[in-house]
Design a protein around this ligand. Structure first.
Ligand SMILES: Cc1cc2nc3c(=O)[nH]c(=O)nc-3n(C[C@H](O)[C@H](O)[C@H](O)COP(=O)(O)OP(=O)(O)OC[C@H]3O[C@@H](n4cnc5c(N)ncnc54)[C@H](O)[C@@H]3O)c2cc1C
Length: 446
């Protein structure tokens, strides 16, 4: 009976667990496969970061209902958790409530239509999917699925420093001095790594702003610390966001604090810098070189927060229809294109925008946004509500929109930027892209 065959959900992050809660509520049989050892494995890696969304926007409706049937203590709606709080107070209890419907140490390595590679037409509507799994102890398994919600996120595939989207010359060789995460400066080892050093932050999203603000605080305690901020775009412009006009006040406040640090001269800003090479100097430090001859010298450490990209490698036998620019589902891409939109202009969307030629296969959550930087958890919750309603045969609920997204206060709407000129270089949830101005061979920053 196909009804007993599970709806397989990839990833026990916030969106995967929300999908499972929705599926359970609708009487479907969800099975979450998570490669990590516990819920929220990716969020755990940025546990130290204070979120800009309050709890009220971080708990999925169906998940909240499931948790309320347990002894769970609901956090204060108005408080702002860290990533670690999100895991401890919500994701782990939620995974526990879902019980053996969540399997840990189960990495999905491939998905195909049973007995058919991508080329075969026959049976795509009737045959189930086969999900290839590698377990933590190295075994291989095959799981039959009636449908697949891939909510595996993009955290494991950060974008490189190189301005052309590929690692800069020498970037891999300098790996010891480069991190692709926001440093946790509450940890003594991390403080020692950055205190008194020349640190370069690359990127223009909220992750970059968060890194800058915490490094500026470190520099107050360790005044020899120098901070340079390299951006691909030609001006800092809208990077700081909408400030008081942002409907997520904590997100607006982060931009304000970063702008104050820049205005006060605590951060040296280098715009129009597209890193082409990272060279090791004879003094043991690094030099960053841009394609047009700018140099940032005497660098000790580089924090690269230039965004993420989806890992599509294990989906190669499925017929997905992805936008050639963003690698997001084709109907979703125009709604989230950072060349055109900011967070606040992204309309809620559901199964209609997230469907592919491959029946029953959906990308959801952070991964559905491909390379677009504006994803919010509540968007993902609405996506999986709609997808699961469709899987349960409730077309009316699948098509209904149950979400209003908060605006950033910097929204410009369609046509604000010329696609050919803009170059988003944001990390997660970044501010909208700015038009790129031409930068001349320029200064050397030391
Ligand atoms: C620093 C930071 C701050 C953020 N702050 C906010 C905020 O304030 N508000 C907001 O709304 N959003 C915020 N976001 C954006 C977004 O809500 C989060 O990234 C969220 O974690 C995305 O959820 P997800 O479930 O799509 O993916 P993830 O949380 O990345 O979860 C994916 C899961 O899939 C697992 N996985 C990956 N590959 C496989 C595989 N092949 N097989 C099995 N399992 C796999 C991973 O281990 C992980 O547990 C933030 C993001 C970052 C990075």
């Amino acid at each position: 009976m196909m009804d007993e065959v599970p709806v397989v959900v990839v990833g026990a992050g916030p969106v995967g667990l929300a999908a499972a809660a929705e599926a359970l509520e609708r009487g479907l049989n969800p099975l979450v496969l998570e490669r990590g050892e516990s819920a929220g494995a990716s969020v755990t890696e940025w546990a130290h970061v204070r979120m800009f969304s309050p709890w009220s926007e971080l708990i999925a409706p169906a998940a909240g209902r499931l948790l309320e049937s347990t002894t769970w203590q609901k956090p204060d709606d108005a408080a702002y958790p860290t990533g670690g709080d999100w895991v401890e107070r919500y994701l782990r209890p939620l995974a526990e409530a879902l019980g053996d419907r969540v399997r840990f140490g189960a990495e999905v390595t491939g998905v195909a239509r049973r007995g058919r590679d991508r080329v075969v037409d026959a049976g795509r509507e009737t045959e189930p999917l086969i999900v290839h799994v590698r377990t933590a102890d190295g075994r291989e398994e095959r799981i039959t699925a009636r449908s697949l919600i891939d909510s595996s996120g993009t955290w494991s595939s950060p974008s490189p420093l190189g301005g052309d989207g590929l690692p800069a010359l020498g970037e891999r060789a300098a790996a010891e001095h480069i991190t692709y995460r926001i440093p946790d400066l509450s940890q003594p080892a991390e403080r020692a790594r950055y205190a008194g050093k020349h640190v370069v932050v690359a990127g223009s999203g909220h992750s970059a702003l968060t890194a800058l603000v915490s490094l500026v605080a470190l520099a107050k305690a360790a005044p020899a610390t120098r901070i340079s901020w390299v951006l691909r775009r030609g001006t800092v412009g809208g990077v700081f966001g909408g400030g008081a006009a942002d409907q997520l006040p904590a997100r607006g406040a982060l931009g304000v604090r970063a702008q104050q640090a820049v205005d006060a001269g605590a951060v040296r800003v280098v715009t129009g810098f597209r890193t082409a090479a990272v060279e090791a100097a004879s003094n043991g430090r690094l030099t960053l070189l841009s394609g047009d001859g700018q140099r940032v010298e005497d660098v000790d450490e580089v924090v690269v927060v230039t965004g993420f990209r989806p890992d599509l490698s294990w989906l190669s036998e499925l017929r997905l229809e992805l936008d050639t620019t963003l690698q997001a589902p084709v109907a979703l891409a125009p709604l989230i294109d950072p060349n055109v939109h900011s967070c606040g202009t992204v309309p809620p969307h559901g199964v209609k925008e997230l469907s592919h030629p491959e029946p029953g296969v959906f990308l959801a959550g952070m991964k559905s946004y491909g390379r677009a930087p504006t994803f919010l958890a509540m968007t993902g919750y609405e996506q999986v509500r709609s997808i699961v309603a469709e899987l349960a045969g409730d077309r009316e609920a699948a098509e209904r929109v149950e979400l209003v997204l908060p605006e950033t206060g910097v929204c410009g709407g369609a046509g604000l930027f010329d696609r050919a000129e803009s170059q988003p270089d944001g990390g997660c949830c970044g501010a909208p892209a700015e038009p790129q101005s031409v930068s001349l061979p320029g200064p050397t920053v030391r």
